[in-house]
Ligand binder design. Structure first.
Ligand code: AMP
Ligand code: GLY
Length: 422
């Protein structure tokens, strides 16, 4: 079959790498892709939210299936746009994508279906005074979330009540543009986080993918600013059978049943951002796509034909198809541009990638310049992902690979996975 994958990050590189291994794939296109995705398919200069251009391309190239990597096209309704057309879509309807597109919607959904999550209330500029009063009823730290998509920046966690009240006013006043016109205030939960990915077929069928943990902060010891992700490990030792049984019973089953009960079509990935609160899983957030950089670790551990699974999900019947996991551990370390997640320079030449043989390099912010040189073009530049017999073994491989790749200003965290080895 011919597949069009939408997106340009490390996640899409990993999805493309995995899909390319399927004998079912004839042609794989990535729109727009990056400087590394040409190794798995053909890059197409097209915006993932330009549905008309995508439709034209799909017609001209006999595309059978579109796999949506990032959330923007889903929240904008790509599934609905193609619903009455021949091409299959891996991704939820616009109504389903609101689980990520609106935190208030997601919280209401969880409340309606008894899915464990932090206590919350939502406020707008009209109810600012009520919001301030609600903050007074909570204990520090205070968690304030912009309702809409804010490129991963819309969550503030503040220790001081007066500052939290001030931030609420600023958020409602447009700190994150329209996405913070509504603000969700919720109770702070304390625990260690992990990411659980579920592929659903919209008819009650689902498969759980390998569980991963990501490392969001720029600094070692989880300090400093939030980033798009600095590394990932899969599997996660604390997500053992007891924990995952609770995740399945208390979160996955009611989520899938809730979507069906609410008449929301959902054929694609559900990303559960979970927190382990004293052994009990609670939902921090839903996303409607795979995680980045978790995908760069998770794909290495899938021992089944991903394309077959995606096609079955898009067709609405996962049937008895297995999703097998490799027992080995995967470790991903992200190399970023100096200055990221603040401002950074682009266009730095990247060398040494051809000498890496123990890891897979998934490109994220890379491109080819006019003369074909590989150069940096984003904050997160390249992921080094490796399989090993332990977290330490997989990490050692990834770090040796990171050392072989050079570009001006390269930065990475040296403590990925350390918390899981204690
Ligand atoms: P989100 O964008 O909802 O994933 O939030 C970003 C990050 O903020 C999460 O990954 C958590 O580390 C943290 N966070 C969000 N909500 C809470 C909460 N209720 N309690 C503690 N930490 C939270
Ligand atoms: N790694 C978290 C995310 O993709 O949102």
């Amino acid at each position: 079959m011919n597949i069009l994958l939408l997106g340009s990050g490390g996640r899409e590189a990993a999805l493309a790498w995995k899909m390319k291994q399927s004998p079912r794939v004839e042609n794989l296109y990535i729109a727009p892709g990056n400087g590394g995705t040409e190794a798995y398919g053909k890059n197409v200069a097209m915006k993932p939210t330009d549905f008309e251009a995508i439709e034209k391309f799909a017609d001209e190239n006999q595309i059978d299936m579109i796999v949506v990597g990032n959330e923007d096209p889903l929240v904008a309704g790509i599934q609905d746009y193609f619903a009455d057309k021949k091409v299959k879509i891996v991704g939820p309807s616009k109504a389903g994508a609101a689980l990520e597109g609106s935190k208030d919607f997601a919280k209401q959904f969880m409340q309606r279906h008894n899915i464990p999550t932090a206590r919350y209330r939502s406020f707008t500029a009209e109810t600012l005074a009520d919001g301030e009063k609600f903050l007074e009823t909570l204990k520090a730290p205070y968690v304030l979330k912009a309702d809409g998509l804010a490129a991963g920046k819309g969550v503030l966690i503040i220790d001081d009540l007066a500052e939290a009240k001030k931030a609420l006013g600023e958020m409602l006043g447009g700190m994150f543009g329209a996405s913070s016109a509504t603000v969700v205030i919720e109770e702070f939960l304390s625990g260690i986080e992990c990411s659980v990915f579920v592929l659903t077929d919209g008819n009650g069928g689902s498969r759980i993918l390998p569980v991963a943990k990501d490392y969001k902060r720029i600094g070692e010891g989880d300090t400093g600013l939030n980033t798009g992700g600095m590394g990932a490990i899969s599997p996660v030792p604390f997500a053992d059978k007891t924990f995952m049984d609770k995740v399945e019973q208390r979160i996955i089953k009611p989520t899938i049943a809730g979507l069906i009960a609410d008449d929301i079509l959902y054929r694609g990935f559900i990303f559960l951002g979970l927190i382990n609160v004293g052994g009990d899983p609670m939902v921090i957030e839903y996303n409607v796509r795979m995680g980045d950089p978790e995908t760069e670790a998770v794909m290495l551990r899938i021992d089944s034909d991903l394309v077959e699974l995606l096609e079955a999900a898009a067709d609405g019947d996962l049937g008895e198809l297995p999703l097998k996991e490799k027992e080995q551990t995967a470790a991903t370390v992200i190399m970023v541009s100096g200055g990221y997640p603040g401002s950074y320079e682009k266009g730095k030449e990247i060398t040494g990638t051809e000498t890496v043989d123990e890891s897979i390099l998934f490109h994220a912010g890379t491109s080819r310049d006019g003369s074909g040189r590989l150069v940096t073009s984003g904050g997160r530049v390249i992921a080094a992902s490796s399989l090993g017999d332990s977290i330490a073994d997989a990490l050692a491989k990834s770090y040796r690979s990171v050392d072989k790749v050079a570009f001006d200003g390269k930065y990475f965290r040296r403590d990925i996975g350390q918390d899981l080895m204690k």
